[in-house]
Structure formats: structure tokens, C-alpha cells
Design a protein around this ligand. Structure first.
Ligand SMILES: Cc1cc2nc3c(=O)[nH]c(=O)nc-3n(C[C@H](O)[C@H](O)[C@H](O)COP(=O)(O)OP(=O)(O)OC[C@H]3O[C@@H](n4cnc5c(N)ncnc54)[C@H](O)[C@@H]3O)c2cc1C
Length: 401
């Protein structure tokens, strides 16, 4: 049976970045995922036919904050098509207040970057190219448990392997989490997210916008520096509402979005194919055990309204790598020890705080009570008039705190 120092379950953005960040540690690593991650190069060449758009922008796009981008540059390189945004604007469709945040307020070049997820995984796959210490296993993990001093990881087909440490980075439905008996706390209120790309009648001017619409938060992300009038959107709402939006004809959908954003952002001229995803929100209180830790969505999946999910995953990875390297320097194997507790103490408060803030915003802006609408608009106006508070929020959003 093959023996590794570390087995990483899942080659999503968390698992890939963890593998790349551990390459210099001298550890032998097994990266396991049934789907082999690939390098993709794509041009952004939008073509419009009436209200239909063929944008070539992949449907899954992420807001990567400045801190995460610095991390990606250290372990790999700047992803292709990373479009910086220097401004954020938030407003309430049922009110007249809005808040804006500028990169200059936070003392950073950009608050973050809008990047297709495929472009991020491509640079990570490139960083792993030819690495001798990491081996990819194209398997689905079907069992995971203790065997003497090691963890035994089993597959439906193929020989099992042994590892000192298993890191579950296998997403919101984590099989590792379930197999080792870690139970997540879930909030499922039937929400879903619609994603697509829009062509607007004007430039987004490197501004990421968030409109709290009557049905749920709508994010408009400037996805291309070369085509500043393209917006990648994430619209979260109850699943039935998302079904309704998916069923609209392209011209009707363009009108529905224009209705929400016309005054602040402009008119929607055309829309690309629409996709939807169920929204999973969960947190696993116990995310370490001797020989096993969870990272990324396997440990916590949050509402996408603040665009923080994968940024939390990258922050988990940074901390894990720091603690594992310190353990190695002290001459210990990474499978067990005090560092597991340090990982929990460092990451749990932060991950819980971000998830709670996202839930609170979603709840507050999901209310149609006139008194609450008045109060939240007043709160927005007050916040917008306090430069020091805005600077702190801008620093939090960019991850530079
Ligand atoms: C609509 C939407 C918009 C979002 N926008 C943003 C944003 O703007 N900014 C942001 O920071 N975050 C955003 N997020 C969140 C972000 O996408 C996730 O946090 C991130 O992709 C999670 O990455 P992960 O690698 O932890 O998990 P995943 O991407 O789920 O990867 C898990 C991997 O594990 C593999 N796997 C699963 N089961 C097994 C098994 N049994 N054995 C082996 N491998 C297995 C899977 O094949 C997969 O490759 C958004 C999420 C949604 C839904």
C-alpha cells in the first residue's frame, strides 16, 4: 500500500492551492479527486445577437480579494483575465441610500479581482506541473478511517493508500467529513443563485456592485478589463424565484435586471446562458480530529453575497501551511499535535464571523417591513458619511486586516 505524508481530498480551488503551497515543504502528497483538474486558456470574445450574448465568460466567476491574490501570486502566478475592481457600491432597491468603498480608502491598489474559477485553477495546475512530491489520484474517496498510526483512504476501484494526515478539501458535500463523523450545522431555507454574463450599455468602471433587490441580493462584477461593459452576475433568491428568472426569455430577463439597476449601473442590452446553483450554508463545529482536518467549503460554506467563500478557503490554506511547516521545523510529523488546536483557534472565529455577517445582511435585506427599510437605509447613509468606518470595511473586504 502506498504511504504519503499528506492526502488531500478534492482538487477544487482549496485542494489545488493547498497542494501548490505545500510543494516546498518536502512532504509527499497525494491529491485525490475523481475529476482531473485541467489547464484552460480562453479568450473573452463577446458576440451579441439581439438580446442574446455569447460572451465566452465561464459561468463560475469569483471575487478574489487582494490578500488571496497576493497568496496566489506567491504559490503560482496571476490568473489570466483577472480584472481588478477599485470600487464597491452597495444599495437597496427599496430605498435611496447607497454606500461606496474605494481601494484608496483601504490604501490598496485594488479591492480585489474578478476572475473565472477556471483561470484560477489553471495557474494552480501549472504550478503543480512536473512536481515530484505531489501525485494526482483520479479516484473518488469511498472510505477514510484510522489504521494503526496512519489514516487509510479507500476508493471504489484501485488500491487504498495510507497517510499521516488527511485534509478534507472535498467541498460542501464532503465525503471525508462524513466518513470521520464530523457533523455540520446546516441552514437550508431553499435559496439558490443564478449566474450569467450581461452586456450593459456602459462601462462598469472597475466597480463591483451589490443591489439588494426585492427578491434577493444581486451582484454585478466587472469581469473584463478589455470589455468593461461585461458584468458577471450572481443573483441569490428563493429557489422558486430563481426558477422563474431562468424561465424568462432573454429580453424579459434583461428587462428584469434593468428594472433593478437602471439608475445606478445602466441598461442591460443582452444576456448569456443562465445557470443556477442551490445555495448551501453550513459550518462544521469540529473540523479537526487526530489525523484529519477540513478546509474550504468542506468546513464552511457561506452565502455568496459578499463574495468571500473561496477567500476563506485560501485563508484556511495559508494557516494550515504555516502550522504544518512550523511542525516540520520542530521535527514533528504533521498527523497530530497541538497545531490542530491552533488551526481551530485561528480559523473558527474568523470563519464564523464572516458567515454570520453574510447571514445577517441576507436576513436584514430580505425584509419588506417599511420600518426596517427606513432603518437600513438610514444605517447605510450614516455608514457612508463615516470615512474611518468605511476604511475599516474596505480593508476587511480586501482581506488586508
Ligand atoms: C454562485 C456562487 C458564487 C460564488 N462567488 C464567490 C465569490 O465571488 N468569491 C468567493 O470567494 N467565493 C465565491 N463563492 C464560493 C466559492 O465558489 C467556494 O467557496 C469555493 O469554490 C469552494 O472551493 P472548494 O475547493 O473548497 O470546494 P469545491 O469547489 O466544491 O471542490 C471540491 C472538490 O472535491 C472533489 N470531491 C468531492 N467529493 C470527493 C470524493 N469523495 N473524493 C475525492 N474528491 C471529491 C470535487 O470533485 C471537487 O473538485 C461562490 C459560490 C457560489 C455557489
Amino acid at each position: 500500500m502506498s504511504q504519503f505524508d499528506v492526502a488531500i481530498a478534492g482538487a477544487g480551488l482549496t485542494g489545488l492551492s493547498l497542494t501548490a503551497a505545500l510543494l516546498d515543504s518536502g512532504l509527499s502528497i497525494a491529491l485525490i479527486d475523481p475529476r482531473a483538474p485541467t489547464r484552460r486558456s480562453f479568450g473573452l470574445t463577446p458576440e451579441r445577437d439581439g438580446t442574446e450574448l455569447a460572451s465566452t465568460v465561464p459561468p463560475r466567476v469569483s471575487a478574489i480579494n487582494q490578500r488571496s491574490m497576493n497568496f496566489l501570486r506567491r504559490i503560482a502566478s496571476m490568473p489570466e483575465h483577472a480584472a481588478p475592481y477599485t470600487r464597491m457600491r452597495v444599495w437597496d432597491q427599496l430605498g435611496s441610500a447607497q454606500i461606496t468603498f474605494d481601494a484608496a480608502d483601504a490604501g490598496v491598489e485594488a479591492l480585489g479581482y474578478i476572475v473565472p474559477n477556471d483561470a484560477v485553477s489553471s495557474v494552480l495546475v501549472e504550478a503543480l506541473d512536473g512536481a515530484e512530491s505531489a501525485r494526482f489520484h483520479a479516484h473518488e474517496i469511498t472510505s477514510c478511517g484510522r489504521q494503526d498510526q496512519s489514516m487509510r483512504v479507500g476508493f471504489e476501484h484501485g488500491d487504498p493508500l495510507l497517510a499521516d494526515l488527511v485534509i478534507g478539501a472535498d467541498g460542501g458535500n464532503s465525503a471525508v467529513r462524513q466518513m470521520v463523523g464530523m457533523r455540520p450545522l446546516r441552514r437550508d431555507d431553499g435559496q439558490a443563485a443564478l449566474v450569467t454574463t450581461l452586456l450593459l450599455d456602459r462601462s462598469l468602471a472597475a466597480t463591483a456592485s451589490q443591489c439588494f433587490t426585492e427578491v434577493g441580493p444581486l451582484a454585478l462584477l466587472p469581469v473584463s478589463t478589455a470589455h468593461p461593459e461585461l458584468a458577471s452576475i450572481v443573483w441569490s433568491a428563493p429557489a422558486a424565484e430563481i426558477e422563474r428568472l431562468l424561465a424568462l426569455a432573454p429580453d424579459e430577463f434583461c428587462q428584469a435586471v434593468t428594472y433593478c439597476i437602471a439608475d445606478e449601473v445602466g441598461e442591460v442590452l443582452a444576456c448569456d446562458q443562465r445557470f443556477s446553483f442551490p445555495l448551501r450554508r453550513q459550518f462544521t463545529p469540529q473540523f479537526v480530529k487526530p489525523g484529519v482536518v477540513l478546509a474550504g467549503d468542506a468546513a464552511h460554506a457561506i452565502h455568496p453575497l459578499g463574495g468571500q467563500g473561496v477567500n476563506l478557503g485560501f485563508a484556511d490554506v495559508e494557516k494550515l501551511v504555516e502550522l504544518i511547516n512550523a511542525e516540520l521545523l520542530a521535527g514533528h510529523a504533521p498527523g497530530d499535535g497541538r497545531w490542530l488546536r491552533d488551526y481551530v483557534f485561528d480559523r473558527a472565529p474568523h470563519n464564523i464571523a464572516v458567515a454570520t455577517v453574510m447571514e445577517a445582511f441576507n436576513l436584514l435585506y430580505g425584509q419588506s417591513n417599511p420600518a426596517l427599510i427606513f432603518l437600513r437605509n438610514r444605517g447605510m447613509r450614516i455608514t457612508d458619511s463615516l470615512p474611518l468606518l468605511k476604511m475599516q470595511i474596505a480593508r476587511l473586504a480586501s482581506g488586508m486586516f
